[in-house]
Ligand binder design. Structure first.
Ligand SMILES: O=P(O)(O)OC[C@H]1O[C@](O)(COP(=O)(O)O)[C@@H](O)[C@@H]1O
Ligand SMILES: [Mg+2]
Ligand SMILES: [Mg+2]
Length: 333
């Protein structure tokens, strides 16, 4: 069987006119950084990378050593490529400028370097999420304002999952494509063409310990799922919660389901739990490209106009019919 590498896949996308050479190189560099993060994650305690870094990030969250390592790998890998105007990261307070002596380019890269940090020390899958925007013309040098674009403007989005195998899942606006890292060869191999989210699902993912803080539409929806065959849905549902967004979304991407981190009384003051620009937006683009839907409960995630880099939003995404039902419950409330 002919093995197609990520490089070949991207060259074909470029030939088909879907991406520019610059965007191809940008994605290649992100993929190279992901390989380096994968090596660090997989060494675990052998490399002394587990545990706390002893610092807090801009959002007041304790940083794990791997949060810091993954962030450094992504920043350093992408600084010198010449395709970026600036970067933004969960772990960096403001815009990360490209050093003055490096060439600049027309894209903005945003990332959650290590998603699901609470799972690192217990050896459960974590991931990296990234989003690519275009630098507004004439706006150089990049400021926070340059990043304030709705998610529908993303040129590309993807995530890497560091699980039993490392996978890269990518969209450039022409479906969702998955690649598996061949560790011996050091290449990503095209293993999952045109990933699609099944419309029907019997699986949901939500942190149920927040149930008493949820808004009534979410309480209603989850209660109906829990009543299963005896309730209005007439079928039993199953629940899964890894607590790594990447892993939970990857499951939805692979076999369907609905993932929710909705608005609740605990996170209301912050606007939600998950970050719009480097968690919700890239995942929403991927989910829509895979035939699913992604909403805050009140509006399409990709239409939210950001006002700050580390803005948070409620997230409800996955199988279309289920997301539409939750949105309908919000509307009806
Ligand atoms: O601890 P909780 O409430 O279950 O939250 C889990 C959620 O928080 C996150 O871990 C936040 O991401 P980070 O680890 O990048 O901060 C998501 O991946 C996950 O869906
Ligand atoms: Mg995260
Ligand atoms: Mg993170």
């Amino acid at each position: 069987m002919r093995r197609v590498t990520l490089t070949q896949f991207l060259i074909e996308q470029q030939r088909a006119g879907r991406i520019t050479a610059d965007l191809r190189l940008l994605i290649e560099v992100v993929a190279r950084a992901v390989k380096a993060i994968s090596v660090n994650v997989s060494k675990g305690a052998l490399a002394g990378v587990l545990g706390e870094a002893g610092t807090d990030n801009v959002q007041g969250e304790a940083q794990k050593k791997l949060d810091v390592i993954a962030n450094e790998i992504l920043l350093q890998a992408n600084e010198w490529g010449g395709h970026l105007a600036a970067m933004a990261s969960e772990e960096v307070e403001t815009v990360h400028q490209i050093p003055f002596d490096y060439p600049k380019g027309g894209f903005l890269l945003l990332f959650d370097p290590l998603d699901g940090s609470s799972n690192i020390d217990v050896n459960v899958s974590v991931g990296t999420i990234f989003s690519v925007l275009r630098m507004p013309p004439g706006g150089a040098p990049a400021t926070e304002e340059s990043f304030m674009q709705p998610g529908r403007e993303q040129a590309a989005a993807g995530y890497a999952i560091y699980g039993p195998s490392t996978q890269l899942v990518l969209t450039v606006g022409n479906g969702v494509h998955g690649f598996t890292l061949d560790r011996e060869m050091g290449s990503f191999i095209y293993t999952h063409p045109f990933m699609t989210i099944p419309e029907e699902t019997r699986e949901y993912a939500i942190n149920a310990s927040n149930a008493r803080f949820w808004e009534p539409p979410v309480q209603r929806y989850v209660e109906e799922l829990q009543r299963g065959a005896d309730g209005p849905r007439g079928v039993d549902f199953n629940m899964r919660w890894v607590a790594s967004m990447v892993s939970d979304v990857h499951r939805v991407m692979t076999r369907g389901g609905i993932f929710m981190y909705p608005m609740d009384e605990k996170c209301r003051a912050r606007g939600g739990k998950l970050r719009l620009m480097y968690e919700a937006n890239p995942m929403a683009m991927l989910v829509e490209q895979a035939g699913g839907a992604a909403s805050t409960g009140r509006e399409r995630i990709l239409d939210v106009l950001p006002t700050e880099l580390h803005q948070r939003v409620p997230v409800i995404l996955g199988s279309k019919a289920e997301v539409e039902r939750v949105v309908e419950y919000h509307r009806a409330h």
